[in-house]
Design a binder for this molecule. Structure first.
Ligand code: A3P
Length: 339
């Protein structure tokens, strides 16, 4: 009887362990990328998004991106290279990289890491749409791919070319106060010159025409900041509803509400949370937290210190941009309180 009792205890322990193992395998099964993203994420409560699934997705896609994959694995995981459903078309120095990286925190978004310059570069464009698609990262069919090439916004041929690819594509434009953006643009070029040990003009000399003492509209950094002029070209092809304006100044100081507006525009369930964004006092910017192990800040080339600019030049530029800004608010329906 003693032996029978011992065997009974051992037996129930074994059954218990077996049940535990089955439950574990079941829970691992839930991590497999076979069920649709919408089904997986849509069914859960918002606050309940499983970070481990996001982690899993990151790890797996990262391996594929590194090229550590066979065709068989790609097929097995149902991975595809999809044309973008949304493009960050500009504006240069508006915060395009920060926006792309932050959107990539969303489990249903996959970013194209490099600027592809398909639509603005004639040589690339001539290679055809399949070339463009092959430049896209692997993703699950239910995810959306996003790319960013800020030159698209100001390049004449681009709206028509994008329209030909997908007339219902979603277009994101991130803007900053135009004078600050122009100085940021100048700072980037200046840094490039300095790296090559070249001298460069002062911002004031480029932005103000020395003959007329008026704003120099031939200077590219000034022209790019006349947002409404560029947008009007785009509106010949796309209705305003297909654009979403991101406030690049607010993305720096308060990124979450800006990202939530983009999630809404892209019809994505809200998944990016304050947990994913933390302020790094050393950098002076928000950085990204994917999970307890992996976080990152943007490269040092983002968030440069701008040179000091003569205040009278700043005032002149702000006055110059003012009527264009008013028109921009009117067209887009987004008022940005720029001076
Ligand atoms: P500055 O270098 O003038 O500060 P882009 O990616 O389009 O080139 O834009 C660069 C700008 O992104 C930077 O301009 C910086 O201010 C802004 N930015 C916004 N959020 C940022 C972040 N979290 N980290 C670093 N830079 C960020």
């Amino acid at each position: 009887a003693w032996l029978r009792q011992k065997l009974l205890v051992l037996g129930s322990l074994a059954v218990g362990s077996l049940l535990y193992l089955v439950a574990r395998v079941g829970s691992l099964d839930r991590l497999q990328p076979i069920c649709p993203i919408e089904g997986r994420f849509g069914a859960r409560g918002q606050a309940e998004f499983p970070l481990r699934a996001l982690q899993f997705k990151r790890g797996l896609l990262h391996e594929f991106r590194k090229g550590n994959s066979s065709k068989e694995q790609v097929r097995l995981h149902d991975l595809v290279q999809q044309l973008p459903k949304a493009i960050i078309i500009g504006v240069r120095k508006g915060g395009t990289r920060a926006l792309l990286e932050m959107l990539n925190l969303h489990p249903a978004v996959v970013k194209a890491s490099q600027e592809i310059h398909f639509f603005d570069n004639d040589e690339n464009y001539a290679k055809g749409i399949e070339w463009y698609r092959k430049k896209m990262p692997f993703s699950y069919p239910q995810q959306i791919t996003i790319e960013k090439s800020p030159a698209y916004f100001i390049t004449e041929e681009v709206p028509e070319r994008i329209y030909k690819m997908n007339s219902s594509i979603k277009l994101l434009i991130i803007v900053r106060e135009p004078t600050t953006r122009a100085i940021s643009d100048y700072t980037q070029v200046l840094e490039g010159k300095e790296r090559k040990n070249k001298t460069y003009y002062k911002f004031e000399k480029l932005a103000i025409d020395p003959n007329t003492c008026e704003v120099n509209t031939k200077y590219k950094a000034v022209r790019t900041s006349i947002y409404t002029k560029h947008l009007e070209r785009w509106l010949k092809y796309f209705p305003i509803e297909q654009f979403h304006i991101v406030d690049g100044d607010r993305l720096i100081t308060e990124p979450l509400p800006e990202l939530q507006l983009v999630e809404k525009f892209l019809n994505l369930p809200p998944r990016i949370s304050q947990y994913n964004l933390y302020f790094n006092a050393t950098r002076g910017f928000y950085c990204l937290r994917f999970n307890i192990i992996f976080n990152k800040c943007l490269a040092g080339s983002k968030g440069r210190i701008h040179p000091e600019v003569d205040p009278s030049v700043i005032t002149k530029l702000r006055k110059f941009f003012h009527p264009f800004n008013q028109k921009f608010y009117q067209i887009t329906g987004r008022t940005l309180n720029w001076p």
